[in-house]
Ligand binder design. Structure first.
Ligand code: NDP
Length: 234
């Protein structure tokens, strides 16, 4: 039977690629979108992950349409890059609220159904900068590193109930988020990547598909890099 999947921030970029990949693998896939138009071909529910009420409502709609969420991909995320001495407090707290507390909100809500089902797959999209650090991204790196501690703790809590919790740590991926970087900066980044290029969103999506699959049944609390070697050793 098709599993009920929910991907947050699934209207574009990495989230949309993950939604497409899991749908191709035969799952019933719902996505959340926040702004803009919902993507075609999926059950799309409006949701801002900074609102617990939005998250609850979105899960309610998904559960009513395709059953309790068995695979959750916490992908929604933002950047607000600034060097630390210039970073206003709201740039720090907004990024933590969307990326880290947002992941807490959706994973917590998903456990309700997964604990009843006694199975589930949670995949959180972190970043190579969680381990490497990144100038101008103290807020973002803190949020992405926090996701790892969160995921590993949840993996310990939920493992005995048949629920795995894993983290994917992409390097630089061709999406709107990286397109916003200046070309000279992008060139500098490419020079530091052993594979010499950015990832496509599909290359991240295929790893998420594996972690959500039966083949990954014995993997939990893992941080899987998909970064062309950029973060190796961490
Ligand atoms: P995009 O900027 O292309 O897309 C971000 C997605 O997250 C959008 O769907 C956006 O919705 C959604 N989103 C943002 N904030 C919220 C919110 N508060 N509530 C609900 N949805 C929200 O990013 P990417 O596809 O590049 O990134 C996806 C994830 O991968 C992020 O967590 C990012 O940090 C991570 N990542 C990306 C890398 C990269 O190189 N691109 C590298 C490493 C990690 P909307 O369309 O409404 O804005």
């Amino acid at each position: 039977m098709a599993r009920s999947v929910l991907v947050t921030g699934g209207n574009r970029g990495i989230g949309l690629a993950i939604a497409r990949e899991l749908a191709r693998a035969g799952d019933s896939v719902a996505v959340t979108y926040r702004s803009g138009e919902p993507p075609e071909g999926f059950l799309a529910v409006r949701c801002d992950v900074t609102s617990a009420a939005d998250v609850d409502e979105a899960f309610g709609k998904v559960e009513a349409e395709q059953g309790p969420v068995e695979v959750l991909v916490a992908n929604a995320g933002i950047t607000r890059d600034t060097l630390l001495p210039l970073m206003k407090e709201d740039a720090f707290t907004d990024v933590i609220d969307a990326n880290l507390t947002g992941a807490y909100r959706v994973v917590k809500r998903a456990t309700r159904g997964m604990l009843r089902l006694k199975r589930g797959r949670v995949v959180l999209i972190s970043s190579v900068v969680a381990m490497l650090g990144s100038a101008g991204q103290t807020n973002y790196a803190a949020s992405k590193a926090g996701m790892i501690g969160f995921a590993r703790s949840a993996a310990r809590e939920l493992g005995s109930r048949g629920i795995t919790v894993n983290v994917v740590a992409p390097g630089f991926v061709e999406t709107d988020m990286t397109a916003a970087l200046e070309e000279a900066h992008q060139e500098q980044i490419r020079k530091n990547i052993p594979l010499g290029r950015y990832a496509s969103a599909d290359e991240v999506a295929r790893v998420v598909r594996f972690l959500a699959s039966e083949d990954a049944a014995y993997i939990t609390g893992a941080v899987i890099p998909v970064d062309g070697g950029l973060g190796m050793g961490h």
